[in-house]
Write a protein that binds this ligand. Structure first.
Ligand code: ADE
Length: 241
């Protein structure tokens, strides 16, 4: 997969894309990541990328002609163009997975007050990372890249991928523990030390349901319960063992 990011601040991406799992994915050739400086497409000598809003008002608006040239230069026959914007559909697991299937993803980051609205006609979709406003699309683009890249085959190990299975099914994960067995007076649940794999599997499933019920109960409304989950939820609700 290739991901190109159109931004006025390419330097912001240097460190986040040179560490940890994204770094490894790049080294393994699983993803090719590039930043493209929008300013390179602004005319010399001033390289102006933004201008005052027609109709008045505060702030500057990014120029559509400059962005249009940058997009046209980066776009190929298979390119999916995404604009990071608080007005977009909110990113979720399914969308990140869908975008990880693109051959070429081109992500446009806005800054200042926003971009000229005519740019929307040049992109395939707007994506938000949540209902709050960031100072620019760069951090949002990093979130999108991270969420999509981890779906590429070979990026995560089997165990880490298994985590996704749980979220994909609409439940939160069960809790994890490691050594020491006791920390600040808190013990690791006894069952995890039992070596009884089937009991541990069921305990984890129940904890996953409990976690979801307590932290994100709205997820349960859309969940397709299997028989075992129904039984475990009854146990939780009616304190039956
Ligand atoms: N740019 C500014 N705020 C944003 C948000 N919440 N999501 C995506 N891009 C943004």
């Amino acid at each position: 997969m290739r991901i190109d990011i159109l931004t006025l601040f390419p330097g912001m991406f240097t460190s986040p894309f040179s560490e940890s799992i994204i770094k490894r994915a790049r080294e393994k050739g699983l993803v090719e990541l590039n930043t493209i400086d929008i300013r390179d497409y602004a005319p010399k000598p001033h390289r102006q990328v933004d201008d005052y809003p027609f109709g008045g008002g505060v702030g500057m608006v990014m120029k559509p002609d400059v962005i249009g040239r940058a997009l046209a230069a980066a776009r190929g026959p298979q390119t999916r163009v995404v604009y990071m914007s608080p007005q977009g559909r909110v990113l979720n697991h399914a969308k990140a997975k869908e975008l990880s299937g693109c051959d070429h993803l081109l992500i446009l980051c806005g800054h200042y007050e926003g971009i000229d609205d005519r740019v929307l006609a040049m992109v395939d979709e707007e994506i938000s990372i949540g209902d709050y406003v960031l100072t620019g699309g760069e951090l949002a683009a990093m979130v999108l890249v991270d969420a999509a890249v981890r779906f590429l085959p070979g990026v995560l190990g089997d165990i880490e991928s298994a985590y996704d299975e749980s979220f994909a099914r609409g439940l939160l994960e069960y809790p994890h523990y490691t050594r020491p067995r006791e920390c600040d007076g808190m013990e690791v649940p006894e069952i995890l030390l039992s070596g009884h794999h089937e009991n541990i599997r069921i305990w984890r499933k129940k904890q996953s349901l409990l976690n979801t019920l307590l932290k994100r109960p709205e997820l349960l409304l859309q969940h397709d319960f299997d028989d075992e989950e129904k039984r475990l939820l009854m146990e939780i609700l009616f304190q039956r063992e």
